[in-house]
Design a binder for this molecule. Sequence first.
Ligand code: PGA
Length: 255
Amino acid sequence: MRKLIVAGNWKMNTSVAEGVELAKKVSAYAQQKNLPAGKQIVIAPPFTHLAPVAGVIDANKVILAAQDCAATKNGAYTGEVSASMLKGLGVKAVILGHSERRQYFKENSEILLKKIKLALEEGLDVIFCVGETKDQREAGANLYFNVIKAQLVDTVFTLTKEEFAKIVIAYEPVWAIGTGLTATPEQAQEIHEFIRKEVAANFGAQVAEDTTILYGGSCKPSNAAEIFAKKDVDGGLIGGAALKAEDFGKIIDAR
Ligand code: PGA
């Protein structure tokens, strides 16, 4: 069954103490809400916050995710954090392919596929981000559809059906991330529908029906409901607005 997910990507924000407080508030909110089965709240704090946050959240109500993992299993890779280390902390999912990782850390499909496979081997779910840049959007629909298709074909579409069942796709137009510019509900729906069709072409109609596709990019309490109302939008990946428990709660309520 398709899950509805509202996920908070904290990026490189909050001190450990602030993060723990935020996590406590999100967890208390989730406990009080009694969400229906199939609706999930995810938070992705920085690596340094994962262990203390794991200690304060109700793991039955809030899923702990990391923002990245290493492309190698273990060994001499100074500064890296492996999927198995994350697993050991109680992390259940990992965000991979975020445009900030692609842009600032030069992560390409080859690297991302290694990360995806290692995360899946550890039993972690993967929130895999795709999306076009402003230039690609402005070059017209032929180009931006192809960009998104290639991001999928080179990575998650090489997985088996069983592996792909652990993948959540997040459509995040790069021009909308942290910019205050949000895709219109129609723009989001157009891409989400396209992604679902491509999933169907690859893995069949049932898999496509069961795939969760999130929207991300300047999603906030004032616009979440109209975006989430679109039929192929199954929730959101939230950056800035996930840093305030109250705003994040309103976005959770919007779906
Ligand atoms: P934003 O970030 O909500 O701050 O635009 C979204 C994301 O990058 O996941």
